[in-house]
Design a binder for this molecule. Structure first.
Ligand SMILES: NC(=O)c1ccc[n+]([C@@H]2O[C@H](COP(=O)([O-])OP(=O)(O)OC[C@H]3O[C@@H](n4cnc5c(N)ncnc54)[C@H](O)[C@@H]3O)[C@@H](O)[C@H]2O)c1
Length: 285
């Protein structure tokens, strides 16, 4: 693949994808509707470059070169016309993603691959909003992107072998391992993670154990690196609830969101990003 990557959405995921893309040698344009978000993204990415140097993961020269390859813009039309790979990372809302795919399909070069970082949505459906469904695919990165080694690649009904090959190579250049999944709601990872996380909320609601002990049991007894409740706080309880609503609609009763999760989201307890979720992070700030 040639070397122009455009990442749309500079939130939690988009800034991480831009960071690993720049380190992978790509010229990267990170796009967001908000210039404030772009500024925050740049500050956070700079901190990650610094931490990477301190921890010996990259040299000062590599960090400087990667920074030079990064460009921050508010208008996708300025950069999509030159792109070889576009990775969409805007919030999980159908209308929003539909709009983005229609827009980029109209302006990106004919051989540009269009990828989505969706957690649950259908790349087949997103492909149907374009005139190039064979070039549409999901590249599902994990949070935090610079630390998590996997990209789950999800091929839609019409996705070509060539498109799969392009994104596998790109993910490898970004330092990631890949798995290839045929599209089905929740792929592999969201389907399992949502089920386990929802069950943990049911247990908390039933008073089976404290949040700390549920997480400790799963970490030390089942050898998970994080407990399901602390992971839900990291993902964002609103994002988790959205995913569960979608999986419930597609896969049935076993994904009905736990009432306690619904209650937390209604009260504004959204996890780390709001300072409080299952756990309270406000004092640790
Ligand atoms: N957060 C996670 O742990 C996680 C993990 C894997 C996948 N995902 C998926 O990644 C996607 C993004 O999630 P996130 O957590 O980074 O969201 P986020 O809310 O942190 O960031 C989304 C960004 O998109 C921007 N945006 C909105 N409309 C836009 C537009 N039209 N053009 C350009 N930018 C626009 C917003 O300003 C925001 O900065 C979602 O599909 C989500 O399901 C999230």
């Amino acid at each position: 693949m040639k070397d122009q990557v455009v990442v749309i959405g500079a939130g939690v995921m988009g800034r991480g994808i831009a960071y690993v893309s720049a380190l992978g040698g790509y010229n990267v344009s990170l796009v967001d509707v908000s210039s404030e978000v772009l500024q925050n993204a740049q500050v956070e990415m700079d901190k990650n470059f610094d931490k990477g140097i301190v921890r010996g993961k990259l040299t000062k020269k590599e960090a400087e070169e990667a920074k030079q390859r990064l460009n921050f813009v508010t208008n996708v039309e300025e950069v999509a016309t030159e792109a070889n790979l576009i990775i969409e990372a805007v919030p999980e809302k159908r209308e929003l993603k539909k709009n983005i795919f229609e827009t980029i399909d109209a302006i990106a070069p004919a051989d540009c691959v269009l990828a989505t970082n969706t957690s649950t949505m259908s790349p087949t459906e997103l492909g149907s909003y374009t005139n190039r469904p064979s070039s549409v695919i999901a590249m599902h990165f994990f949070n935090p992107v610079h630390k998590m080694p996997l990209v789950e690649i999800v091929r839609g009904l019409e996705t070509s072998d060539h498109t799969v090959q392009v994104v596998e190579e790109a993910a490898n250049k970004m330092g990631k391992e890949t798995v290839l999944v045929n599209e089905f709601p929740g792929f592999v990872t969201s389907r399992i993670s949502c089920l386990v996380g929802n069950e943990a909320f049911h247990m908390l609601q039933e008073g089976v154990a404290t949040a700390e002990d549920i997480d400790k049991a799963i970490k030390l007894g089942l050898n998970y690196p994080m407990g399901p409740l602390e992971l839900a706080d990291l993902v964002g309880l609103d994002a988790r609830l959205n995913n569960l609503h979608y999986l419930h609609s597609q896969l049935g009763e076993k994904y009905r969101p736990a009432p306690l999760l619904e209650k937390y989201v209604k009260s504004g307890r959204l996890g780390r990003k709001s300072g409080i979720g299952v756990y309270d992070y406000r004092e640790k700030k």
